[in-house]
Design a protein around this ligand. Sequence first.
Ligand code: PHB
Length: 410
Amino acid sequence: MFSNAGLWLSGLLVSASVLLGACKSDTDATRASASGAPAPPAEASAPIKVGLLAPFSGPFANLGAQIEGGARAYLEAHGASIDGRKVELIVRDTTGMAPDVAKRLAQGLVVRDKVDFLAGFALTPNAMAVAPIATEARTPMVIMNAATSSLTTKSPYIVRLSLTLPQVTAPLATWAARNGIRRANTLVSDYAPGADAEAQFVKTFKAAGGEILDSVRVPVNNPDFAPFIQRIKDARPDAVFAFLPAGSQGIAFMKAFRERGLDQAGIKVIATGDVTEDQLLDAMGEQALGVVTTHHYSAAHESPENATFKAAFAKVAPQSTRPNFMAVGAYDGMAAIAAVVHALGGQLDGDRAMQAFKGLELESPRGHIRIDPETRDIIQTVYVRKVEKKADGYYNVEFEQFAEQRDPGK
Ligand code: PHB
């Protein structure tokens, strides 16, 4: 992962004098101007502080557990220090979709704890609320999940190591149109990532000759899918496209879909991988069999990097059955932080760190990834998968891929 660290370093040294004026800490700025030369590594032995914000209680508690597990799995697999400096994770519970709480916690992390990086962010509304704090404090904000396209435009200090909804949805619409699906309904969760997914599916599917019969948006914590499912049954599409945030919503949706006999009526489910996410897939079991989804990560992905990741995750998060895509976003987020700290030679500064994130490339458990220097969003392969039963449970088995996918939402 440090393969091009030398390259970044030389690039960074050229621009170091320009960037020195933007030092985040007063101490660094004073030292730099007093000597007229780049500041020596500030507190070379001080820990690198990463403030991890995610929900660890409430209906999205599972998301926080995955993100923390993924971050700790990185430290387990690669060592808990970067260039001799210990990495300290400072974990804070946003309690769910709670922008005000996230904002308050982020302020505390920046002002009191003086974190070098803000990280985590499972949910878009929380990440949106923290973006101005990252800008004001000039602290890099490493997005490990939140997947609304426009998020990276809310602060120049945001970098995303996860996905965007349009990025994973466009390939699914293309795949569907190529595979005999002509008429579709859409069903999405009624908040920003759902709106993104709906808009992209409609756009790409129609451009490929498909017809949209009806689009519904369901409440974020929707307790009952029955009325929505009946509406889809009455419309008789070839398929329903779904996006629901990872967690219990997917289970409730698949249950209602089977109970109302939509599969028997010949209607297929096609969805983003959030709906059949790895951690809860065994809980869906038979009800999810055969569902086709697109996503950037499957626990069934075969690669040495994924084997290392899964073994480390099992050690640090034994309470979770398997890592899901949020855990891999956190693992890669930590890998990106490690690469940037190394590239900066330990002299942490928000502006120089953002330069180092741009163009960063990593071998992730999901495959090769890189950060688009223009958008600070991720470029990656999106896989088409089908839920299958294996000897040790249900998996999203990859069978086709769309390489080098950028976010089409911008
Ligand atoms: C989001 O809020 O951006 C989000 C949450 C859960 C997902 C995907 C996106 O599964």
